[in-house]
Design a protein around this ligand. Structure first.
Ligand SMILES: [Zn+2]
Length: 255
C-alpha cells in the first residue's frame, strides 16, 4: 500500500511540476510579446483602413487619373524670372497623391496657421505626412500645397503644376494652392511674403488666363478662417487682388 501511495505522490508531484513549467513558459512568452510591442517592434498590417470615409471627411479628391511623377511641371521653368526653389513632396497618399490637375480655374490662398515657421519647415511638414502610413491613425491628415511662401518672400514649390494638391477641399481638382507664412497670431503677412505672393499669383493668372476675381481665399471655398488676416480684413484682400491686377498688366506688356 505504501509503495502505491508513494507512486501516486510521485505522479502528482510530476504533474504539478509540468503544470508549473507550462505556466512559466506561457508567462515568459507573454512577457516577451509585451516587451516587443512596447518597443514598437511589431508593425500592424494593414496599417491604414481602406475605408474611404476618412477621405470623404476631408474632401480629398479621388477622381482623376493618377499620373507618373515624371515629367513634372516645374514653376521655375515656366516662370524663370521668379526665384522659385523646389522641395517636392515624396509621392504618397496623404500629401502628394499624383492625381492629374487637368484644368486650373482658380488660385486659392492660404496661411500656414503656424506663426513664425519657415517655408522650408512647412514644406517638410507636408512631406512628413507620408509617415502616417505606418502609424495606424484613425483620422490621418491629408494636406499639401503647390507653393509655400516664406517670411523672407522665398517661394518653395512642393507639388508639380500638373498634379493636384490637398489644400482646398472640393477645389483641389481645379486650383493651384498658395500657402503664406506669417510671423504671429494675427496672421498678417510680412511685406516680403505679400510681395512674392502678388508676383507669383500674377504670373499664374496670366499663364492660366484666369480672371483675378478667381483668386480666392480658402475661406471662400469652405468658410474656414484662412487666411486669417484676409478674412478678418476683407478690404486687405481686395487690395491684395488690386496689386495682383497691376502686376498682371505689367507682366503682360513685358512679353
Ligand atoms: Zn487654408
Amino acid at each position: 500500500m505504501d509503495d502505491r501511495k508513494k507512486q501516486r505522490e510521485k505522479k502528482r508531484r510530476i504533474a504539478n511540476l509540468q503544470a508549473l513549467l507550462i505556466v512559466l513558459l506561457f508567462s515568459t512568452i507573454a512577457l516577451l510579446l509585451i516587451a516587443v510591442v512596447m518597443k514598437g517592434g511589431v508593425k500592424d498590417s494593414p496599417v491604414v483602413s481602406k475605408n474611404t470615409e476618412e477621405v470623404v471627411d476631408v474632401n480629398v479628391t479621388t477622381e482623376g487619373s493618377r499620373i507618373e511623377a515624371e515629367p513634372i511641371v516645374a514653376a521655375k521653368d515656366v516662370f524663370p524670372e521668379l526665384d522659385i526653389k523646389e522641395q517636392y513632396i515624396t509621392p504618397n497618399r496623404y500629401s502628394r497623391p499624383q492625381i492629374e490637375l487637368k484644368k486650373v480655374t482658380h488660385i486659392v490662398v492660404h496661411y500656414t496657421g503656424n506663426p513664425g515657421t519657415s517655408a522650408k519647415a512647412n514644406a517638410s511638414y507636408f512631406d512628413g505626412l507620408k509617415e502616417q502610413e505606418n502609424q495606424n491613425k484613425k483620422s490621418p491628415i491629408f494636406a499639401s500645397s503647390h507653393f509655400v511662401i516664406g517670411l523672407k518672400g522665398e517661394i518653395i514649390q512642393c507639388i508639380p503644376l500638373n498634379e493636384q494638391s490637398y489644400a482646398s477641399n472640393h477645389m483641389n481638382s481645379c486650383s493651384i494652392s498658395i500657402e503664406m507664412c506669417h510671423p504671429d497670431d494675427t496672421g498678417a503677412f510680412e511685406n516680403e511674403t505679400y510681395n512674392s505672393a502678388v508676383f507669383l499669383i500674377a504670373k499664374l493668372c496670366n499663364y492660366y488666363n484666369i480672371p483675378t476675381d478667381n483668386v480666392v481665399r480658402h475661406y471662400d471655398v469652405t468658410g474656414k478662417l484662412c487666411p486669417k488676416y484676409f478674412v478678418d480684413n476683407p478690404e486687405s484682400f481686395k487690395g491684395f487682388k488690386e496689386w495682383i491686377d497691376k502686376w498682371r498688366k505689367k507682366y503682360a506688356t513685358e512679353k
